[in-house]
Design a binder for this molecule. Structure first.
Ligand SMILES: [Zn+2]
Length: 210
């Protein structure tokens, strides 16, 4: 069941690996398929070489319903997202290098220097450091979930949310691209911010809140 979802998770896994957003067995992906069922990636495998039968189905408590493998210990972060944000149906977590550079420097990403990023990403906050694999991780992101679809995890990486998997994945591509552009702009003296008025017009044109 849900072969299409499992296949798409494998495809997104392949893309995050090909793009160098993850190394070795890093990263995790999940999709909420109905009110109480989530399909997620297994622990201990490269996300670039997954097959549909490796996927794990869990309930909202994280109990495995289907599949012979174990889910990632970071699943609890995904579960918190689904609990707090009923509109979200997919979560992608990677160590995308340029976005993660901001995360390890403990700097949030100010997107008002670039029109596309301001519209697509909004501001990208930095969640405080949390010990991986503990309940600290979901607790650290919870205050940011209401208003953000992209969050940096201090000294760790980045998480993106979406109403579907491709939206969450494209946000990952976009935040990594923008982080790289921001780093390059710093070598040129830093990006120039759009004014409040320009941002307001931008949001009106693209019909969003920023
Ligand atoms: Zn991670």
């Amino acid at each position: 069941m849900h072969e299409d979802v499992k296949g798409l998770i494998c495809e997104v896994g392949r893309r995050i690996w090909m793009r160098g957003f993850v190394a070795a067995n890093d990263g995790n992906i999940s999709v909420k398929v109905d009110d109480n069922r989530i399909i997620t990636t297994p622990t201990g495998v490269s996300k670039g070489f997954m097959t549909p039968e490796m996927m794990v189905m869990v309930d909202l408590e994280g109990t495995v319903i289907e599949g012979s493998r174990r889910p990632s210990s970071e699943l609890r972060m995904h579960l918190r997202v689904y609990r707090e944000r009923p509109d979200v149906h997919a979560v992608v977590h990677t160590h995308a290098p340029q976005a993660s550079a901001f995360a390890i420097a403990r700097q949030s990403l100010e997107t008002r220097t670039m029109a596309e990023a301001a519209v697509m990403l909004g501001n990208v906050p930095l969640a405080p450091f949390a010990m991986p694999s503990t309940e600290e991780v979901p607790d650290s992101i919870t205050p940011y979930l209401k208003d953000h679809n992209v969050i940096l995890l201090a000294n760790h990486g980045v998480i993106t949310l979406g109403e579907d998997l491709m939206t969450a994945y494209y946000r990952m591509e976009s935040v990594e691209l923008f982080a790289g552009i921001s780093l390059s702009a710093r070598m040129l003296g830093g990006g120039v911010e759009l004014s409040d008025e320009q941002l307001q017009r931008l949001y009106q044109i693209f019909n969003c809140q920023g």
